[in-house]
Write a protein that binds this ligand. Structure first.
Ligand code: GRF
Length: 201
């Protein structure tokens, strides 16, 4: 898994794993900040945690770091890369290497409020009445890949960034582990822009 910060979605996945309902095993967690709480969470569950730091705008460094991340994941036998709050754009080589095997959680109902790090605030500012979250396959089009699942939440009168983000996060923590499980069971088939969800056995 790739994460950058708080790691609450990572923790949700690890809780499903611990409960025996994930159908997959988190083998390595990679962060781009060495003070990310996600690292502590990974270690507290006995999962390997690695740091690949690089500057957002140093393109050579970014390419090198992401090649290293790919190599480590390959070595660990990773079958699915789950992005849970990873705050860096992935280079084309990385995306191509994991195409069809990489998913992301985004805190809005895509395609609304994609391509940014402030989706919940943007939704509030826009005055929408419904928001939510989306799990999608990652393609080179940031936040634009085939959608696996979405959950909607109401935007209530009096909501602020904190209350709306919390309501969305609760859904994220259900949707992302559920998508990992569907992938692990071979239930996701990409057909162009659509993802067909096959019956779980
Ligand atoms: C989540 O809202 C996720 O959708 C977004 O970044 C946040 C990460 O939260 N991409 P956490 O680190 O999983 O707690």
């Amino acid at each position: 898994m790739l994460a950058s910060g708080r790691g609450s979605n990572l923790e949700a996945i690890l809780r499903w794993q611990e409960a025996g309902i994930l159908g997959a095993e988190v083998v390595v967690v990679i962060c781009n900040h060495n003070d990310a709480r996600a690292l502590e969470i990974a270690r507290s569950y006995g999962v390997e945690a690695a740091v690949f730091e690089y500057h957002r705008k140093d393109f050579e460094e970014r390419e090198r770091a992401q090649a290293g991340m790919s190599a480590l994941m390959q070595e660990r036998g990773v079958g699915l890369v789950a992005l849970a709050g990873y705050d860096r754009v992935l280079v084309p080589q990385f995306v191509q290497r994991w195409t069809g095997r990489m998913i992301n959680i985004h805190p809005s109902l895509l395609p609304a409020f994609g391509k940014g790090l402030h989706a919940q605030g943007d939704a509030l500012d826009h005055g929408v009445k419904v928001s939510g979250c989306t799990v999608h396959f990652v393609t080179e089009d940031v936040d634009g890949g085939p959608i696996i699942s979405q959950a909607a939440v109401p935007v209530l009168p009096g909501d602020d960034l904190k209350s709306l983000s919390a309501r969305i996060l609760e859904q994220e923590q259900r949707l992302l582990p559920a998508a990992v499980r569907l992938f692990a069971r071979g239930c996701l088939r990409i057909e162009g822009r659509r993802v067909v969800i096959l019956e779980e056995e």
